[in-house]
Design a protein around this ligand. Sequence first.
Ligand code: UD1
Length: 427
Amino acid sequence: MDQSMDTIVIRGGKPLSGTISISGAKNAALPLMAASLLTPETVVLENIPVLGDIRTLADVLEELGVEIGGNGSGGEGGLELTAGHIEDTTAPYELVRKMRASVLVLGPLLARFGTAKVSLPGGCAIGTRPVDLHIRALEQMGAEIKLQDGYIQAAAPQGLKGADIRFPAVTVGGTENILMAATLARGVTVIENAAREPEVTALADCLVAMGANISGMGSERIVIQGVDQLGGARFTNISDRIEAGSYAVAAGLTDGDVILEGANAAHMEAVIEALRRAGIQIEDVPGGLRVRRNGGSLRGIDLTTQPYPGFPTDMQAQMMVLMAIADGASRITEQIFENRFMHVPELARMGADITVHGGAALVRGVDYLIGAPVMATDLRASVSLVLAGLVADGETVVNRVYHLDRGYERLEEKLSWCGADIKRITE
Ligand code: UD1
């Protein structure tokens, strides 16, 4: 079904109340799926969400020859991936262009087969987003890499060898690619200035279950002792801290009272701290988190996005909506991606008072937002428009909903169960 023309229509003003169940983390599921390329045995992944991005990576893996069983593109019952017969180590442009994270197949293919050809992800709506750090690190491990005809052509005929790698900037995908590659390299690999995101740790934990020898995950220095081969494993994915944070903002915005079932507070410290400063109450309850505002007013706060454990760039747009109706002014500084303020002109159309100066946005709180037709531009920008719609007066129509379907499982269902007036219109 082509969902590209769907729209989401929201009538704002309903406080959210009830329970929202948090799905498995998209950004952990993708590297976990790519890790299946490291072994001919079956890897079974539980708690994989049903999402556009998961389907896209499943298509890339199937193109390579991975057999995918269990529940096709995720959902109940686990996703089974078997890379027993890899026919071709090429990830073609038509698939990779849909999602940059497809580049996660590069490290595992090269490590296991000594060759890989992966399309360059190309431009993307949130800045140029290069993969130079992935490539440089693989070269340090002995790979010969050429960029030709829009493809990364990589070869390591003698296999990869361990290396001391210091990333000049923190990169989540780069750390994941090298972590996977190093599990089958000869000798020891040390990754310095490694990404500490919970998704990286989940990947390391799964690799260990497959037989890899890894220590230091979750810290800035990960040490991997290469092994000859990896085997199958069964692994349960972590819950989605960005989805949970997005619904926490929804509860706060609408002066609601919501239980986020399955949310993991330990992965959300910076977000919880920011929400509390902004006037939202968050408490641990058995199996999740309770979020409410209790009628209090929202306060403007300053925020700067940073690598984990700092405040995540993937929560910046959502937080900006909260600041748009808070008392006072807030300054939101984006340090991870250039050009990640594309939600600003759309929020301005709903009455928000925001000015962007380079990498920082100055948000002056207004009394209310007004519904409007708006256009989604990327995943997190899209959800911010839905959040704005939940609190705006009147009707908001969000176009280009396919961005949301890439990363938010059953969004309108989860919100309407809590009392939101939201529906999808399918053309
Ligand atoms: C991942 C997340 C994404 C999140 C981001 C930052 C997935 C699938 N996506 O993306 O949702 O917003 O982390 O938390 O997990 N960079 C380079 N060269 C490289 C690699 C990265 O210059 O080779 C730059 C990027 O352009 C960006 C910064 O480093 O400015 C961080 O990027 P990175 O951490 O690699 O993000 P992703 O892994 O793509």
